[in-house]
Design a protein around this ligand. Structure first.
Ligand code: MG
Length: 166
């Protein structure tokens, strides 16, 4: 049986992934209202991915015969200074998720929860990708320095994002 402390931490991580999904949905709404439709699409795809991350942990807990405990989600911020600022917030959020996954991995290791460790390895690899892709977008917006036509080109590029075949 998975140690209770690991079960609790996995349930907490489910909440964090769902909160992250919820936050990306709020970011998508902000982008769309500000006519950055490509950025809005990118955020919606990301929101769905986060939902998928939560489901991966949910399915793992059930496969181990453990209880899934769903908690309330905090309201995400709805206001941002600008479109580039939205992506900066996204990057901060991904850093926080990476840190949480690392803590969870350390806990599972200390508790000798080896099946959980294998499951969490996927998340560690995934966070490297998540941080990289958002960091690149933040860097691109910085290079554009509010040039409207370049911003719209970048927005179009972001709108081409397709959901990952999970
Ligand atoms: Mg995630």
């Amino acid at each position: 049986m998975l140690p209770q402390v690991v079960q609790d931490a996995l349930n907490k991580q489910i909440n964090m992934e769902l909160s992250s999904s919820y936050a990306y949905l709020g970011m998508s709404a902000y982008c769309e209202l500000n006519n950055f439709l490509g950025s809005a699409t990118w955020m919606q795809v990301q929101s769905q991915e986060e939902q998928g991350h939560a489901m991966k942990l949910y399915n793992f807990l059930i496969a181990r015969g453990c209880k899934v405990k769903l908690e309330a989600l905090p309201a995400p911020p709805g206001e941002f200074a600008s479109i580039p600022h939205v992506f900066e917030c996204a990057l901060e959020q991904e850093h926080a998720v990476s840190e949480s996954i690392n803590d969870l991995y350390e806990l599972a290791h200390n508790e000798r929860a080896f099946a959980a460790l294998v499951e969490l390895q996927w998340f560690i690899t995934e966070q490297v990708e998540e941080e990289k892709s958002v960091r690149e977008i933040v860097a691109k917006f910085k290079m554009l320095k509010d040039d409207p036509s370049a911003m719209l080109d970048l927005d179009r590029e972001l709108g081409a994002r397709q959901p990952d075949p999970a």
